[in-house]
Design a protein around this ligand. Structure first.
Ligand SMILES: [Zn+2]
Length: 77
């Protein structure tokens, strides 16, 4: 079992990342970050097993945990 889940950005102007199974699986998990890329709030109560990838702007990124993923994204901006 890994800690990674699949999130997608709701829109490029928002900093909310919703689980990609939000619609299909009615999963309520989401992550909100500040404009600096810091974690603001995390809801990791998924109702399904975790995949190991996140998608942002069409990019598929393999992750092991959401914190390191966010730090990596922030450093590349
Ligand atoms: Zn989920």
């Amino acid at each position: 079992m890994y800690n990674g889940f699949t999130y997608s950005q709701n829109s490029k102007t928002e900093n909310n990342f919703y689980c990609t199974r939000r619609r299909l699986g009615k999963c309520r998990a989401k992550v909100k970050v500040t404009t600096e890329g810091r974690l603001e709030s995390v809801n990791q109560f998924h109702n399904h097993d975790p995949p190991n990838y996140v998608t942002i702007g069409g990019k598929l990124v393999k992750i092991t945990n959401i914190t390191s993923f966010l730090l990596t994204e922030a450093s590349t901006c």
